[in-house]
Design a binder for this molecule. Structure first.
Ligand SMILES: [Zn+2]
Ligand SMILES: [Zn+2]
Length: 106
């Protein structure tokens, strides 16, 4: 099961919006803010049997127009609610979740 809150900003996905981004063990996807405190936290969370993740705000996977999370976090693995992973390829066009923004899909 995934952790309830983002490992960096400690907010829930409901507060932030967007998707959970996986921080995988191989080190391919590190938490963007990787310092000793975060490293310790990641170990602790995994020890407790949960999977840590970071949000799109903390990983800067956000719209360049309005700063909202991208609809699909590009180039990352998304941690789904059932614990599985979905890889999001780099896309030619990145949409945003904010319906007031010009990058919102019509
Ligand atoms: Zn965060
Ligand atoms: Zn936007």
């Amino acid at each position: 099961m995934y952790q309830k809150t983002c490992i960096v900003c400690k907010k829930t996905l409901e507060e932030i919006g967007g998707q959970r981004l996986s921080i995988n063990r191989s080190g391919q996807y590190k938490a963007t803010t990787m310092n000793d405190e975060i490293k310790k936290l990641i170990k602790l969370v995994r020890k407790s049997g949960q999977e840590p993740w970071e949000c799109q705000i903390c990983s800067n996977n956000i719209c360049n127009e309005c700063g909202s999370p991208y609809l699909r976090p590009v180039g990352r693995d998304v941690l789904n609610s059932d614990g599985s992973l979905t890889h999001i390829a780099i896309l030619p066009k990145t949409w945003c979740i904010n319906d007031k923004c010009k990058n919102y899909p019509k």
